[in-house]
Design a protein around this ligand. Structure first.
Ligand code: URA
Length: 433
């Protein structure tokens, strides 16, 4: 087999076989196939696509390119959840303890943030001393002991994706549904849980800009999951405005704590209750969504969910007193109010702009090696459909380096006003089972 012939075959729009995809991924990981040939193939895939079978073969080959986590020593049906990422998306910090408090084992591997979207690991690490590094044995033991662990992705998981993603990033081949689907699902499948709940976000602050693309990505990932024997479901959710009010690492952890204490923003709570209900069904803990939602709500009301987060923080070496006392989190030097220069109903709220402002304040990474300032970020005082008077506060900016004229203007421009009342946007557009 020759790589050049396979590139030509895909360029002509023909279907690649399982053996050919095996040859490509094996050869690429072993560095027998060079980056330039892999780039050409991925560009051909961007133009000609992959069908269901090719996408499943590709995912399987990528998944088996490195370690596979064996979670069979954990009792019960293990559930995992993945969000395609957004601004202010602290869902995992709420959802994982909620579901674990219902006695469902949550064995979650998470990633770091890059660009305008934050990562669960960075948020967790804003809790002093908390470690996300653990061995597979420690991970399994912790889930068996307390039903919950969140760790960083093992370095030997899906090396094919690591190489391919780095190449896609510099060859304009990231935005391609079969390549995104195989990248995400190979990692989720290698991480070993029995079920996967996907939160596929669309909108300005998300990877997928349109609802239609988000649905296509969700369907593709569900087909991959099912073809490999995992119960996979997907929620299609709106990321045209940030989720909740807080953007930035410790600010988001504090909002997650408020939510687990029953005082969080309604959109974040709603998304967690809906996602969690499906996860309880996937774990066979409930046979209907209404009952599942009640079970989750009870863990908030009886404080079992917040206790579960505390248990996890303690088990991972973190200072759990921060969960009891969130005012212990180090505050940024200044909190600057950005006040509205217009009045009316908020019609649009540009999530991407606000995510980038938070990153520029030091709350996110522009490049992989940047360090993070956990205390900075934004807290929104107004969201879509709210009425705002001239001079009212739109955003509280938590900053250690003041607020430049440019960033303030960007924040003001992120809010678009209407003189007519505006409806609250839908949060969840569809759920695929
Ligand atoms: N996230 C991933 O893990 N892979 C992609 O290709 C895109 C987003």
């Amino acid at each position: 087999m020759r790589m050049v012939d396979l590139i030509q075959k895909k360029k002509d729009g023909s279907k690649l076989t399982e053996e050919e995809i095996h040859f490509i991924i094996q050869g690429y990981v072993k560095e027998e196939i060079p980056d330039y040939q892999m780039s050409a193939l991925m560009m051909a895939i961007c133009f000609k696509g992959l069908d269901k079978e090719e996408t499943a073969y590709l995912t399987k080959e990528m998944m088996y390119s490195g370690d596979i986590i064996d979670l069979s020593q954990i009792n019960g049906i293990k559930v995992d959840k993945h969000s395609t990422g957004g601004v202010g998306d602290k869902t995992s910090l709420v959802l994982a303890p909620l579901v674990a408090a219902c006695h469902v084992p949550v064995a979650k591997m998470s990633g770091r943030g890059l660009g305008h979207t934050g990562g669960t690991l960075d948020k967790l690490e804003s809790i002093p001393h908390l470690s996300i590094d653990m061995s597979e044995e420690q991970f399994i033991k912790q889930v068996n002991d307390i039903q919950i662990a969140i760790m960083g992705q093992n370095g030997h998981l899906v090396p094919a994706d690591k190489k391919m993603y780095a190449l896609r990033d510099v060859t304009a081949t990231v935005a391609c549904i079969p390549l995104i689907a195989s990248s995400i699902m190979s990692k989720k499948l290698a991480a070993g849980s029995d079920t996967i709940l996907l939160d596929v976000k669309y909108g300005e602050g998300a990877f997928m800009k349109t609802k239609e693309d988000a649905k296509e990505l969700a369907r593709t990932m569900i087909e991959i999951g099912k073809s490999l024997g995992r119960d996979t479901r997907a929620i299609i959710s709106n990321m045209n405005q940030p989720l909740g009010n807080a953007i930035g690492n410790s600010l988001e952890v504090k909002e997650a704590i408020e939510t687990l204490n029953g005082n969080g923003p309604s959109d974040l709570l709603e998304l967690c209750l809906i996602a969690g209900s499906h996860m309880l069904m996937q774990a066979h803990m409930s046979d209907n969504l209404i009952q599942a939602r009640k079970m989750l709500q009870e863990t908030i009301d009886n404080k079992k969910a917040i206790h579960k987060l505390k248990e996890m923080v303690k088990a991972q070496g973190g200072d759990e007193t921060y969960i009891e006392n969130p005012q212990k989190f180090k505050e940024a030097k200044e909190i600057i109010e950005v006040k509205s220069t217009s009045f009316g109903y908020i019609k649009d709220l540009h999530a991407l702009t606000l995510g980038l402002v938070s990153m520029k304040l030091g709350g996110g990474r522009e490049t992989k090696d940047d360090s993070i300032d956990y205390s900075v970020g934004l807290v929104l005082n107004k969201k879509i459909s709210d009425y705002c008077k001239k001079g009212e506060t739109l955003v509280y900016v938590h900053t250690n380096k003041g607020l430049s004229y440019e960033l303030k203007e960007q924040i003001l421009d992120a809010f678009v006003f209407s003189q007519d009342p505006v409806q609250k946007p839908s949060l969840i557009d569809d759920i695929f089972i």
